[in-house]
Structure formats: structure tokens, C-alpha cells
Design a protein around this ligand. Structure first.
Ligand code: CTP
Length: 410
């Protein structure tokens, strides 16, 4: 799996730096090309000579080598297929999360546009520090792969969470990321996620419990599989691909339709509210004297259905011979819907795919507490227009997302 792959290891100044010597050997044993960049402080814990010998390459530390200056951060970033930063100190994590590039390692990270694994290791109090956690969340949202530290006896004498995770875990993650099948390369994939927010007045709204996690997992996986991704979401997220923030079903419909012509695949994973308030007050409504009030609701547009109708119209236009005009017909996107049901899942899903007219429908049971809304896990069935059904057993939402794309494009 790793043979011929270019792995760039970044080592920062923590005691766990000594463990990375073994990680280099693990990659080298599998015939990977390993290069190492260190922060100057890392060399307090491990020598340059050791790292040079193990990696069989020069080790980069200084960004501005005056005698022989070349912008090395660019060549390190260009050559590698993946970067693994281990151990990552709170200091380096903070710099990366805030775009600071004050040494070779942080400059390489800033210029790097392929997967980056970060394995933090530090004192347990530092790991729990709210700013460190904020920075970690920033990195997670930006698409970095964080290998959570483990609990146990720490080199500083404390007992707690902060130890570098096992080298096997870092190694396995490297293999996993380097073996992703780039089946979506050259394709534009548009995904919606989150529950829509339908205003009642300036401070109140109607929404639902959708966490947006399944849509975000699909978008992350599509990106890893090489797609040009647009995530249209009601949630606040930072991602290494395009994100369009929307609120209501109407906003979402506009945003998706704007992408329709240029997309190869549209996945409606959002929980779109079926109804919205008929009249939205442009002030905060006052409490009434009565014990009851009514809010009049009107139906929202069915985004998925209208996308399928657009596709249907294109098929008819092509059928009528738009090619006679010598115009290359627009290649309609594959349209995928989700089907959230709390009872009679498969029965309702089959009715829904026919009613909506989409190419695939992903059926998931939202009555189960261990999967679906808010959970990191899901279990779904992928139903195709032609009637095939593929059941995907319970797995993380990312794993389910991967299997959905493999089912559609594999
Ligand atoms: N959907 C949509 N626009 C709506 C409602 C739903 O695009 N106004 C999409 C969802 O994003 C999902 C699919 O339609 O991909 C099915 O959503 P679901 O809530 O399961 O079904 P509904 O069409 O809303 O029907 P019901 O609530 O009666 O089950």
C-alpha cells in the first residue's frame, strides 16, 4: 500500500519525538519515501543525524538557509502525498490553526493541499485548555485528521489524557488515507446538509434536530475521493472545499439550483422543513392575551422533486433532438435523495423514490437512537431507480458516505 508513496513527517518539540524514529522505520519497511521536517525545538529531543539515517534523506529545519536559499516549504509540500505531524505540540497546533508560518514546518503546512494527519501529545492540562481545544476544533473543521491522544501515565509525571496515540493507529490512518480511491476526480459534487431554519419573526423560527453530520461526512469523503465539492448547509462549518451557508428551504433551493448546470452529482442530505410560516413578522411578536395562538403555515417547495423535474425536462429536450442545433446537450447530474422515516422504512422509501423521481434514495431509520440524527453512526439502504437495493450495515457516517459513493460510481 505504501510502496513508492511520499510521506512527509513533521516533528515538533515534545518528548514523544523519540517515538517517531520507529514510525519512520514502519513506513520505510513498506518502501515508502520518507522526508522529515522538524521545528528547531524538536531537535532537543531527537537528533538530526538519527532522523537522516532512518529516513535516508536530508532533514529540513531552517527555513532561511542563507547560503543555499530556495523556497523549500513549496518543494516539501509539492512532493509529498501526505503529511503526518507527530508529536504535535499545543504551540504548533495553535500556529497551524491560526495560519502562522514562523518556521519551515508551519510554512510547509500552510502550503500543503493534501491530507494532513496531526497526532497531538502534551500534558493533560494543556490538552484540556479551552484555547487548545478551540484550535483542535478549527483543524477538524478544516479537514485535518486529528489522532486523539490517549490517557495514561505521562512523561511529565501526570496521569491523564495527552499521550501520543499508538504508532499503529497513525500508520493505519496513513494507509487508509493513501488508499482512498479517487473515483470522483474531475466531478463536481453538490451536497446539502442540516435542518432548514424557517423564520416566524425576527427572533423565532421552526427547525428540526438534523445535525448536518451525514451531509458533512458525504462532503468530506467526496473531497477525499477527488471531487470538487460544494456543501450547502445551514450549519457553521469551516472546510477545505466550498461551503455555502443558507437558512430557509427557499434559500437552499436557490443555492442548489445555481449549482445545477455545473454539477455531476447532487445529494439532498438536508432535512428540509416541509412548511414555513405564511407571514414572517419583521419585528418580535408580543405575547397575546389568549392561551392559544395559531401560526399559519404554507408548504415549502420540494427541492429534490424540482431538481428531478429539471433533469426530466433536459432528457425530453435531448430526446426532441437539441443535437440538431449542434449544441452539446448538458449532461444532467446524478440526483440522490435521502429518506428519513420512523416507520415502514422500505415501504415508504420505495414510494418516495417513485414520487420524487431521483436516481438514488438513501433510506435511513430515524427512530433508532444509535444511528441517524446527531449520531456519528448510520445504517442505510441505497435504493436505485431501477429497483436495486444495497443494505449498508452500521458504520461511521464517513464509512457509510464512502460506501454510498462506491455504490453510485464504483
Ligand atoms: N426534500 C426536499 N424538499 C423538501 C422536503 C424534502 O428537497 N421540501 C428532500 C430531502 O432533502 C430528502 C428527500 O426530499 O432528500 C426526502 O425527505 P423526507 O423528509 O424524507 O421526505 P418528505 O419529502 O419531506 O416527505 P415526508 O416528510 O412526508 O416523509
Amino acid at each position: 500500500m505504501l510502496s513508492g508513496k511520499n510521506i512527509l513527517i513533521g516533528i515538533t518539540g515534545g518528548i514523544a519525538a523519540y517515538k517517531i524514529c520507529e514510525l519512520i522505520r514502519m513506513y520505510k519497511r513498506m518502501n515508502a519515501n520518507v522526508r522529515v521536517v522538524c521545528t528547531p525545538n524538536a531537535l532537543n529531543f531527537v537528533t538530526k543525524l538519527t532522523l537522516q539515517n532512518l529516513s535516508q534523506n536530508d532533514v529540513g529545519v531552517e527555513e532561511f538557509n542563507i547560503e543555499q536559499y530556495k523556497p523549500e516549504h513549496i518543494s516539501y509540500a509539492d512532493e509529498a502525498d501526505i503529511m503526518v505531524i507527530a508529536p504535535a505540540t499545543a504551540n504548533t497546533i495553535g500556529k497551524i490553526a491560526n495560519g502562522i508560518c514562523d518556521n519551515l514546518l508551519t510554512s510547509v503546512v500552510c502550503a500543503f493541499n493534501k491530507p494532513i494527519i496531526i497526532a497531538p501529545a502534551m500534558n493533560c492540562g494543556m490538552w484540556e485548555n479551552e484555547f487548545v481545544q478551540e484550535n483542535i476544533m478549527k483543524l477538524v473543521n478544516a479537514g485535518f485528521y486529528i489522532m486523539e491522544p490517549e490517557s495514561g501515565f505521562l512523561a511529565c509525571g501526570y496521569e491523564g489524557k495527552g499521550r501520543l496515540c499508538s504508532l499503529d493507529k497513525i500508520y493505519d490512518k496513513t494507509v487508509e488515507l493513501l488508499s482512498v480511491n479517487k473515483i470522483l476526480s474531475g466531478k463536481k459534487v453538490v451536497i446539502t446538509s442540516g435542518g432548514t431554519i424557517e423564520a416566524i419573526d425576527t427572533v423565532r423560527y421552526i427547525s428540526n434536530y438534523s445535525s448536518g453530520k451525514m451531509g458533512a461526512a458525504l462532503a468530506d469523503v467526496a473531497y477525499e475521493m477527488g471531487a470538487d465539492v460544494i456543501l450547502i448547509t445551514t450549519k457553521d462549518v469551516q472546510k477545505p472545499y466550498g461551503v455555502v451557508k443558507v437558512k430557509s428551504a427557499i434559500d437552499m433551493k436557490d443555492a442548489v439550483e445555481r449549482e445545477y448546470d455545473s454539477s455531476d452529482c447532487i445529494i439532498m442530505a438536508a432535512a428540509v422543513a416541509d412548511y414555513r410560516a405564511k407571514n414572517i413578522a419583521d419585528y418580535k411578536m408580543k405575547k397575546s392575551e389568549s392561551n392559544e395562538i395559531s401560526i399559519e403555515l404554507i408548504k415549502n417547495p420540494d427541492i429534490l422533486k424540482s431538481l428531478c423535474e429539471m433533469k426530466q425536462k433536459e432528457a425530453v429536450a435531448v430526446g426532441k433532438g437539441s443535437s440538431v442545433l449542434n449544441i452539446e446537450p448538458h449532461k444532467s447530474p446524478v440526483i440522490v435523495g435521502f429518506c428519513a422515516e420512523s416507520e415502514n422504512l422500505m415501504e415508504n422509501a420505495k414510494i418516495k423514490i417513485a414520487k420524487k423521481g431521483c436516481d438514488y434514495l438513501i433510506a435511513n431509520d430515524i427512530s433508532r437512537k444509535d444511528i441517524g440524527f446527531s449520531s456519528d453512526y448510520n445504517e442505510v439502504s441505497v435504493i436505485s431507480k431501477s429497483g436495486t437495493i444495497k443494505n449498508l450495515s452500521k458504520a461511521t457516517k464517513k464509512e457509510i458516505a464512502k460506501q454510498i459513493f462506491e455504490e453510485i460510481y464504483g
